[in-house]
Ligand binder design. Structure first.
Ligand SMILES: [Zn+2]
Length: 281
């Protein structure tokens, strides 16, 4: 039976923008891939910030319906299946008095996880009730590069669920961390390596040009997010391709023209098997 791996994504696009090329390689090597996205619910009585962002997406009250559809198409293009967990992302969350938790964009990247204690409990609850961690041959979670509050919450919640599932089954849950794109490319988080990847070991998976092409093709399905994160579809494609070329240069593969590059993930243990990695599974 083929091995089954799970990518946990905060938002509808994170896993594929970050790991679409790796997912393509996994599918071509007969892995079953599921992408579970935590924040796929639609808010009501929108804050000014949410309305501004909806305008940038070019969408209205159907925003999350459209974004879920985009995600289904993107995952399908790669041969992955999706699971939408329907919690509310940060821009839709309200305080007890009904005021928005976040009213400015920069607050999304400057908030301590502990201030969102209740959301953390909700994520732990939904992940542990809807996902059997012990059934997967690898669980991928975001490092949280860029410090988006939702990404940081998802990482910590998944770590708690992994520990809990490991303890209750007497087994060992393998968490594999991925770099958050495009936030890594924005270069705003200069301390992620020493803070977010502290104690983790970098692992390499060799990918090729066809994997990058498949990722870009899938990423184009997220039309609403492209208009938020980049100035054009072209600038998205250019940034993703440059990121892969940079990885090829760093890893000293035969040069960017070969089309091969190393995709990086991180594990707590150097001997932890990572699907398709150089050290193998
Ligand atoms: Zn995200």
């Amino acid at each position: 039976m083929s091995q089954h791996v799970l990518f946990i994504s905060a938002h509808l696009d994170d896993a594929i923008l970050s790991c679409g090329d790796y997912i393509d390689a996994l599918v071509h090597n007969n892995y079953r891939v599921t992408i579970a996205t935590v924040f796929t619910g639609m808010g009501t009585e929108l804050s000014m910030l949410a309305r501004i962002l909806h305008k940038k997406f070019g969408l209205g009250m159907d925003t999350m319906d459209v974004r879920r559809e985009e995600d289904i198409h993107a995952a399908k293009a790669l041969g992955a299946s999706v699971l939408h967990l329907n919690l509310l992302e940060c821009i839709y969350r309200k305080n007890k008095d009904g005021s928005p938790v976040y009213s400015k964009l920069n607050e999304l990247f400057n908030t301590e996880v502990r201030t969102e204690h209740q959301v953390m409990e909700e994520i732990v609850s939904v992940l542990s009730s809807q996902i059997q961690f012990e059934n997967y041959d690898g669980i991928y979670v975001p490092l949280g590069i860029g410090r988006h509050i939702d990404h940081c919450l998802v990482r910590q919640a998944a770590e708690r669920c992994g520990l809990r599932a490991g303890n209750s089954t007497g087994g060992h849950i393998r968490l594999i961390y991925y770099e958050d794109l495009p936030y890594l490319c924005f270069n705003n988080d200069l301390t992620w390596r020493t803070e977010l990847a502290a104690g983790l070991i970098e692992r390499s998976v060799k990918l090729g040009r066809s994997n990058l092409t498949a990722k870009l093709n899938a990423a184009l399905k997220y039309g609403s997010q492209i208009s938020l994160l980049w100035t054009s579809r072209f600038s998205m494609l250019r940034q993703m391709a440059e990121h892969a070329r940079g990885a090829a240069r760093q890893s000293k593969l035969q040069g960017p023209e070969s089309g091969n590059y190393f995709f990086r993930v991180y594990t707590a243990d150097a001997n932890e098997p990572v699907p398709l990695s150089e050290s193998g599974t």
